[in-house]
Ligand binder design. Structure first.
Ligand code: THU
Length: 136
């Protein structure tokens, strides 16, 4: 792992500490690096109306997009305990919209780090290109 990659993982592990997860007690942190070198972090934020919960990954993506940073390069996700993080289907789809070539580093609060790609996590994804095809 490069210094830059481990920095991203550390940022995700730190962000995890801000998780608001009183219902699941499953804390997740995310850190997203953009092409300009900025890092946007996120944590899961639960709600008493469970469906209003937002995952750590989407918080990080929405922070980046809302600040004008659409070129997403790499995302680190840190889950609770020794569990290896695994982004949910909705987050994979949201990430694909902006960054089909995204690189991911998945880990727990400590321990080993798995490197993967969004295309591996979401094969045959539906994305913007499908809607731009000439359907005549
Ligand atoms: N969660 C995330 O934040 N990211 C994931 O990758 C998986 C799930 C959150 C949502 C909810 O607050 C809790 O984990 C349990 O589903």
């Amino acid at each position: 792992m490069t210094e830059q990659e481990s920095q991203l993982v550390e940022a995700a592990r730190r962000a995890r500490k801000q998780a608001y997860a009183p219902y699941s007690n499953y804390q997740v942190g995310a850190a997203l690096r953009t092409a300009t070198g900025r890092i946007f972090t996120g944590c899961n934020i639960e709600n008493a109306a469970y469906g209003a919960t937002v995952c750590a990954e989407r918080v990080a993506v929405f922070k980046a997009i809302s600040e004008g940073e659409k070129d997403l390069v790499a995302l680190a996700v840190a889950a609770s305990g020794d569990d290896m993080a695994s982004p949910c289907g909705t987050c994979r789809q949201v990430l694909y919209e902006f960054a089909p070539d995204l690189i991911l580093y998945l880990t727990g609060s400590t321990g080993s780090i798995e490197s993967t790609t969004l295309k591996q996590l979401l094969p045959r994804a539906f994305g913007p290109a499908h809607l731009m095809e000439d359907s005549t």
